[in-house]
Design a binder for this molecule. Sequence first.
Ligand SMILES: [Zn+2]
Length: 422
Amino acid sequence: MKVSFRICCLLIAIWVTGLASGFAQGSGQPQKCGTSALMDRLFSQNPDLKARFDADHELASTNKVESDSIPLLVIPVVFHIFHNNGIENISDEACKSQVEIFNEDFGKYGLATNSNPVSADTRIRFCLATVDPDGNPTTGIDRYEDINSIFYDVDVNEEAIMKAGSWDPSRYLNIFVVNTINYAAIGGTLEAYAYYPGAVANTWRDGVVTRYYWVGRIENAIGMGRVVTHEVGHYLNLFHPWGPRDDSSCDEDDEVDDTPLCEFPFYASGPFCLAPENCGEYRQIENMMDYSEDTCRYMFSYGQMLRMRNTISRLRGTLVSGENAVRTQCEQLINFQPTQERIIPFPNPAQGNFMVDLSFTNPEPYTLSVYDCYGQLMYQKVEDSPVRGPIPVSLTDYKPGIFWVILRTKTKWYKEKVVFVR
Ligand SMILES: [Zn+2]
């Protein structure tokens, strides 16, 4: 796939390569993830947790191959929304959308369908809990109206908020949704973070903290939910591809064999999602644990899958136990089979005219756009009524090359490549 990007957009590739020395942290992009910085802070304040992490670290690095029949592991999820009745008080639907995204991203289906040779269906799935720790019915979405909570600050009220919200972390993945995440040490805000389980599993720090606008892919969400997927990767013990420290080098690794070495954060952006060379290899910018835009990242690797599942077996056995699945009424997911919704341009290759077929279970109004490989909009159609397809597209003044077909609905986003030939 990277080869096709280079053929398609050679000039842009050269331009990006020319910027290589400046595209790390000086790119003006938001610091998306605070995990590395906050692990350093945690260890400096709690040497005992450093010792605990180091002891687990040795075990985490031995990623043995599992048997051929990999059992489905189900993680019950609860969202704790801390709000002051503002925009941060996101809807139940946004939270449900995020759980759907988790299942696609960890299950390699839906918008995470891909043919990358090292990508894996992790066989890890997520379920919005319907029973709370006391055995009472719940939506799996817990709301706390508290004016102080909207000024979430790692140094000031992290402990109070996480302790106030946390449900038994050995039985639930706790996701804390807040307006902002202040952190004085960087003189600004973080977007999201999660501590590594080797240090904090089954304690009040165990879970994911995120700003509200990363949750889901509907309403006020500004991405495709993959910032929160990335944090769940940390929650399951994945490092960034450049290793556990942000000031990394090519000598450091994420301890996963099938993710190439790299030495700093990189912000790949759509629609081209170009992968630069780094440490002698092309970066795996499509990996969930890199800092690419959500449209560019869509996969966990096979090695990451092994590392996550080994971590679960070591530290999160109760969480994924059959007994916990029954207790939280998530057991129906154990035989879960995903739908494979996608768009299919045909014929492909085409000569300017083609159809877009839809495999949607529930058709929705949509916007269909076609971009050339330089990002120029070539065609757009807005349809206000639900259409099942196929949708005809006619581009009479076309040039041979690679084009991107993007279809957006209110809740979903699909992308496919179409090749134009003479
Ligand atoms: Zn991260």
